[in-house]
Every structure is written in C-alpha cells, then in structure tokens.
Design a protein around this ligand. Structure first.
Ligand code: SAM
Ligand code: SF4
Length: 341
C-alpha cells in the first residue's frame, strides 16, 4: 500500500476522485449520436497509449492523488486486444481507500465472449449501452444489426457476476423518445438499473440542437405516468440523479433508474472527474477545449514529479462548468468517441 496521498483539488474546491481512461478511439459500431457512418479518422496505433503507459499514468492518479475510481471507455474498449491484461494491471492499483473501483462502459456487442475474462481479471462493474429494444431502430441508431448480441451481452455480464450491470440509454428526440417507458420496463424485468442520458453536443456529425434533447423532467414524467417514481437522496459526485419505483424494494437494481441531465440540469458543481484520451491527452471536462499532453511528456522521459506537476497545472484550469446553454458555448473539436465518454 502506498503512503498517504495528496488530494487533487481544483480551483472550485472539488476533489478529483474519478479517472476515465479511453483505451481506443476505434469502435465496431457507428452510433448516429457519436460517429459518422464513414470517414472517421482513427489514431495511428503508435499514438495510442500502451498498457504499460496507461498503468504508469493511472498509478500517479491513484497512488499520489488518491483517485478512487477508474472507468475504461473509448471508442469501444472491448475492441482493444488483450484488454484483460490491462484490467489486471489497473485492478492491482490501490491507495488508502483500498483497491481502485474499476469499471467499464461498453456497447456490449461482444460481452458474451469477454465478460468472464474481464471479471476474472478484476473488472468490477460494467455499463452497457442500449438505446432501443426495436431491432430495426437499433440497426438505424448503431448502423449495426446487433440488438440480439447486445441483449445477450447484458445477460452474459449478469451471469459473469459483476458487482453492478447498468444500462446506458441516450435519448434523442424523434429517434427513440417513444421508447422511454419500454426501456424502463426492460430494466424492471431484467433487474438492471437503466440510466437515461440526455443527448449532448458531442456527436461527430454535428446534428445536435437544443430541441433534439429530451430533458430529465420529460423522461421522469413519462415513466412516472406508467410506473410512479420518487427521487432518491442526493447523488454526491455521481452524474446520475436517481429515482426509485414506488412499487419496488428501493434497493435492487431493477427498482431504480438514473437520469444523467448534462444539458438541462448540469451537475458540474459536484464533478470529480478527469479524463485521459486514447492518445494520452489529459482533459478536465468532457466539454474542455484544451488538453494537456501527458503521454507526450511520459514518452519524452519526464519523471513522475514532472508528470504530476502537469496534472496539477491542468486541474488548476478546470472550469466551474460547461456552457452548453450559453450563447458562447464552443463545441470541443473532438467528438464523444475521440474523447472517451
Ligand atoms: N462504446 C462504448 C459505449 O457505447 O458504451 C463506450 C464509449 S461511448 C462514447 C460512452 C457513452 O457515451 C455511451 O453510453 C454512449 O451512448 C454515450 N454517448 C455517445 N455519444 C453521446 C452523445 N452525443 N450524447 C450523449 N451520450 C453519448
Ligand atoms: Fe461506438 Fe460507443 Fe460511440 Fe456507439 S457510442 S459509436 S458504441 S463509441
């Protein structure tokens, strides 16, 4: 176990405790709210962090700064070869809070093949994306005819015994907002927590507009009409507001839902997250327009003290919050799969 850590605190007093690491910008899907159908430019493999480089940087965050949670994301993390090797390395990291809480966000298409290996390697939790239960719409939204694989992937994740399996559903007006209640029903029946995510202006094609967002209030109202729900106690730094069904036990996964209201009710004041892109650039916000090249510094031979100084300088620039609802909002030049959602 490492010595006592130093808190990584931003100018607004928020303590950084959660690191999102993108392990690849590549993906086997082409979701319309994320990537274009064709022409996405992917990073040359030599530019992507190796497992050793990811471990090196993650160790600084965990051991020096007491980061409690790491979430692997992408692109699609499961397309990265030998992912369990990385999971084993990261799962071993610990600080005085204990072992790092290691999670992954995935589209679930290959979960049946990889779930057991990832669980055995030490992955604790998975979030699987599922925006529709309709096969044709799934094909339209992801540009892949793989609904059955994802549903089976969710089953495989449950069977593998992860601590928690959650479903992420991005809701886009005119696309899948007619399925909000169906997705809630699915969560209740399958005993998984569905987290509804407001559509964010991070789509590569740039079709996001304010009126394409289905806000938290509307999502909650639609569900409440069919399954009455009530809000659960405050979420702390977690991005989702949580609600429980009045007819449920309030503790099982299927008895609650989450809503991530990034656009209509920004939760920036409680944000404890930072991110590393697949090419090792450090970002202090999903919507940040500035990045700090940690991998470049590591490859240039900088010491851990020098890397830590870069991390602290970057965190000192973390802004109070994104400006999505302001006229001066500037979209990041990178889209969701390039940042690591
Ligand atoms: N490929 C994996 C997946 O889809 O779960 C992990 C990466 S993906 C970028 C992470 C999450 O971001 C997914 O739940 C996805 O649905 C969500 N996402 C992608 N583009 C989004 C957007 N424009 N607005 C809101 N959420 C988005
Ligand atoms: Fe791939 Fe995930 Fe983006 Fe869909 S949301 S294109 S699965 S990275």
């Amino acid at each position: 176990m490492s010595a006592a850590h130093q808190d990584l605190i931003d100018p607004f007093g928020r303590v950084i405790e959660d690191l999102r690491i993108s392990v690849t910008d590549r993906c086997n899907f082409r979701c319309t709210y994320c990537m274009p159908e064709e022409g996405m430019q992917f990073l040359d493999r030599s530019k992507v962090m190796s497992f050793e480089e990811i471990e090196h940087l993650a160790r600084i965050f965990v051991e020096r700064y007491g980061v409690k949670g790491i979430r692997l994301t992408g692109g699609e993390p499961t397309v990265r070869a030998q992912l369990p090797v990385l999971v084993t390395k990261l799962a071993a990291l610990e600080n005085e809070h204990g072992h790092v809480d290691l999670a992954m966000t995935t589209n679930g298409a290959t979960m049946r093949l990889v779930a057991d290996g990832l669980r055995e390697a030490g992955l604790k939790r998975v979030n699987i994306s599922l925006d529709t239960l309709d096969r044709a719409k799934f094909h339209e939204m992801t540009r892949r005819d793989q609904l059955d694989n994802v549903l089976d992937g969710i089953e495989a994740a449950k069977e593998a015994g992860f601590d928690r399996v959650k479903i992420n559903a991005v809701i886009e007006r005119g696309v899948n907002d007619d399925e909000i209640v169906d997705l809630a029903t699915y969560g209740r029946e399958q005993n998984v927590e569905v987290r509804f995510i407001e559509f964010m202006p991070l789509d590569a094609t740039g079709h996001w507009m304010n009126d394409t967002v289905v806000g938290q209030d509307e999502i909650v109202a639609k569900i409440n009409e069919v399954y009455p729900i009530e809000v659960m106690p405050a979420r702390g730094a977690a991005p989702a507001d949580r609600f429980r069904y009045l007819d449920g036990d309030g503790t099982s996964a299927g008895s609650m839902i989450g809503v991530i209201p990034t656009v209509t009710k920004p939760f920036c004041g409680d944000c404890d997250r930072v991110r590393l892109t697949a090419e090792g650039d450090f970002r202090t916000c999903l919507f940040a327009t500035k990045e700090f090249g940690l991998l470049a510094a590591l490859r240039a031979g900088e010491t851990d003290d020098q890397l830590a100084a870069r991390i602290e300088a970057a965190v000192a620039t973390k802004w109070a919050g994104h400006q999505i609802n302001q006229v001066n909002f500037t979209r990041p030049t990178k889209s969701m799969s390039q940042i690591g959602g």
